[in-house]
Ligand binder design. Structure first.
Ligand code: SF4
Length: 487
């Protein structure tokens, strides 16, 4: 069970009909709440509004009251969990710099180089700025020189390393969006009617936003993925999308499919729910010689489609063996929580005794990061009377930190390299994690079967956290402590 935080969701809306887009932005952010629960914000030309915590209900009176001064027919939005920079309102997005406001999903892995560059050009910045603010200041410098957004991003991309999807609203009322050349994080664009002549454009981290807007605002938006390396500009002159930089290979994050993204979303044309179900099938095939048991249960909620796929492939019944408390706030939300609270969240996951007692239980999980939550669930299943416990995982052993937009812990905190005492193969991790959890069998998926399950070639997936290969970045990151990343 992952207790990892996503590193944000971005949004941008532009109306050619002078529609006030604030309510649409707030509702769209609500549908991306799973991507960040630490803070949220919206920006319209020349103005930003930010709050800590969860997004307001886009239909509530609070939105009218709080955002009554916010008007605009274009704007951007953001839900945050920090990967770089402390959790504070000032670090929440959108971040305002001279001339525009910016929202970011990703991590700029060479932010220290950008800071030096800014300094060498005579502009100072506070010592606690985030990677996003540094990129924004540098973008401002370049844009001031070249005067064109496409050219500015072409130049900026040669300086930036890491994962970056930006949405920007300028003080003049333009909407700009960019997706990095590797396509680490998802980004899609939705429009009404004809793409080149639509009245409404929506740019979002996930396509679930488009469906949400269709349903809530009675619109009929089509959507597609934004190609990696593309810049979109929507202004009074119309909609323009240009591919301005190309990487030989993409590096889409497989964790988006197995854990983060909403199951209804499409990423690179692939439905997330189906990808999860297929990963469950691949896992059952991978271990078909040894898969025997009485019941397949998911760790709710993320692993449910994978458990269904696994159960169908293995011919073993699928049941709900753990029930999340849906009526308390933390029960219904995902575990984007402080480390100290993780165990208490797991305690709100109640085993259903008749499903577990006396059974050989096959647990399907999306990943193990630090291992503490999984260990607690094992304890609870044993208390509920499980005869045997097997644990299968739809993500390979996580061995290295992520510098591409996910808040994976430092290497010292990761359970796989800790119990394996260094790098490990899938087989070695299966044995060591089995002993650590105190279960009868552990079966991790490998990269090849993960790629088959998702439906993207291995060489178009990022695998840095599983392999330690950071060749999808321009240079290998210098591993930092948690404290260093947050300062
Ligand atoms: S390092 Fe892992 S979590 Fe980060 S982008 Fe790559 S695959 Fe995704």
């Amino acid at each position: 069970m992952s207790t990892i935080r996503e590193s944000c969701g971005v949004l941008g809306v532009y109306s050619f009909e002078d529609l006030q887009v604030v309510r649409m932005l707030v509702s769209g952010l609500q549908s991306q709440q799973h991507r960040g629960q630490e803070a949220w914000g919206i920006g319209v030309p020349g103005k930003v509004y930010k709050m800590m915590g969860l997004v307001l209900d886009g239909y509530s009176e609070d939105v009218e009251r709080v955002l009554s001064g916010f008007k605009g027919s274009c704007g951007i939005g953001h839900v945050r969990y920090s990967t770089k920079g402390i959790s504070s309102l000032s670090n929440a997005h959108p971040i305002q710099v001279e001339g525009f406001s910016i929202a970011h999903n990703g991590t700029i892995s060479n932010y220290h180089e950008i800071a030096l560059k800014i300094k060498s050009l005579g502009q100072t910045s506070s010592s606690h700025v985030t990677d996003t603010e540094l990129a924004a200041i540098r973008l401002r410098q370049i844009q001031g020189e070249v005067g064109d957004w496409f050219e500015a991003f072409e130049r900026l991309s040669s300086e930036l390393d890491g994962a970056y999807n930006f949405t920007i609203v300028t003080d003049e009322g333009e909407l700009i969006a960019v997706r990095d050349g590797r396509g680490f994080r998802p980004l899609c664009v939705g429009w009404e009617g004809d793409q080149s002549g639509s009245n409404l454009y929506v740019i979002a981290s996930e396509s679930c936003v488009i469906e949400y807007i269709n349903a809530r605002f009675d619109r009929r938006l089509c959507f597609r993925d934004v190609e990696p390396g593309s810049v979109i500009k929507v202004s009074g002159e119309g909609y323009e999308c240009r591919k301005i930089f190309e990487e030989s290979q993409h590096a889409h994050c497989p964790f988006e499919y197995t854990y983060f993204a909403n199951p209804s979303s499409y990423i690179e044309g692939i439905n997330v729910y189906e990808a999860r179900e297929n990963c469950g099938r691949m896992l059952a095939k991978m271990y078909e010689e040894e898969v025997k048991g009485d019941v397949v249960i998911p760790i709710p909620d993320t692993a449910r489609p994978a458990a269904i796929g696994f159960s169908e492939e293995a011919g073993i019944p699928h049941k709900e063996g753990l029930m999340k408390d849906r009526y308390r706030r933390k029960g219904s939300l995902r575990s984007f929580i402080e480390p100290s609270k993780r165990i208490s969240i797991v305690r709100e996951m109640i085993p259903i005794k008749p499903i577990i007692e006396g059974k050989d239980v096959i647990v399907i999980d999306d990943s193990i990061v630090r291992g503490t939550t999984s260990k607690e669930i094992v304890r609870r299943l044993k208390t509920a009377g499980a005869k045997r416990i097997q644990w299968y995982l739809t993500f390979p052993p996580i061995q290295y930190p992520c510098y591409q937009g996910i808040d994976f812990p430092t290497r010292e905190e990761l359970i796989a390299p800790r119990v394996c005492k260094g790098d490990c193969t899938v087989e070695e991790a299966n044995e060591s994690i089995k002993k650590y959890l105190g279960v009868n069998r552990v079966g991790y998926i490998d990269l090849e079967n993960l790629s088959k399950g998702i439906g993207l070639p291995v060489n178009n997936l990022c695998n840095s956290c599983a392999t330690g290969d950071y060749s999808c970045l321009k240079s290998k990151p210098i591993f930092k402590s948690r404290r260093e990343m947050k300062n």
